[in-house]
Design a protein around this ligand. Structure first.
Ligand code: ADP
Ligand code: 5GP
Length: 201
């Protein structure tokens, strides 16, 4: 059985990174796609761990070479998903998470309609504002930019199969675990299974 392609999007500060870290700690065999970005690293971010940090020239060269499954400009910086690690994970049956924006998710949906698209939202706009400010990783101007995009991103909610409200991290992670289990039981994913052979032999 091919792996599940899990696409996770949501406004900046919703808690996507926090949820993905907790999910990976609980399910160590799950893959996580490391994106390339032109955004400068935040304190503590190591190259090749959270992102591959590249300059604009290198990023555009990768675009030309077809190295990305999808890419987009988000908050004035370029972000892209390297194609090869995703294709390899799915082919060997490993589930893999892509934490990407709504523009990228729309591109992925065109080539992987069988992907599982999950939108993470905080309990309220006020809580989102509190979280993004509390994280303390962006300047006030960058925070305003990110908050200005929230409505545009929320308008894309219909593209997604599931919406997960991130009230408590543990609950949000439990919901995503439940989604993974349910998706693996879908008849349309199991259509190549020889039930006769499995059941009657
Ligand atoms: P994103 O990856 O969506 O931009 P982060 O995972 O960086 O968001 O979370 C933004 C901030 O909110 C971080 O400081 C994180 O610790 C905090 N946070 C995330 N989830 C929750 C939650 N359920 N309750 C309270 N704070 C949270
Ligand atoms: P951050 O700068 O906070 O790490 O990420 C900013 C936004 O870029 C988030 O919405 C995140 O999901 C998105 N993002 C991260 N990597 C990718 C990627 O490879 N492709 C796309 N399209 N968006 C990405």
């Amino acid at each position: 059985m091919r792996g599940l392609l899990l696409v996770i999007s949501g406004p900046s500060g919703a808690g996507k990174g926090t949820i993905c870290r907790a999910l990976r700690a609980k399910i160590p065999q799950i893959g996580y796609s490391i994106s390339a970005t032109t955004r400068p690293p935040r304190p503590g971010e190591e190259d090749g761990e959270s992102y591959f940090f590249v300059d604009r020239e290198k990023f555009l060269k990768m675009v030309k070479e077809g190295a990305f499954l999808e890419w987009a400009e988000v908050y004035g910086e370029l972000y892209g998903t390297p194609r090869k690690p995703v294709e390899e994970a799915l082919a060997r049956g490993q589930d893999i998470i892509l934490e990407i924006d709504t523009q990228g998710a729309a591109q992925v949906k065109r080539c992987y309609p069988e992907g599982v698209f999950i939108f993470v939202i905080p309990p309220s706009y006020a809580e989102l504002e509190r979280r993004i400010k509390g994280r303390g990783t962006e300047s006030p101007a960058a925070i305003s930019d990110r908050l200005a995009w929230v409505k545009k991103e929320m308008d894309q909610l219909d593209l997604y199969d599931y919406v997960v409200v991130n009230d408590r991290v543990e609950d949000a992670v439990a919901k995503i675990e439940a989604i993974i289990i349910a998706e693996k039981c879908r008849t349309r994913r199991l259509k190549n299974t020889d039930w006769y052979e499995l059941f009657w032999s």
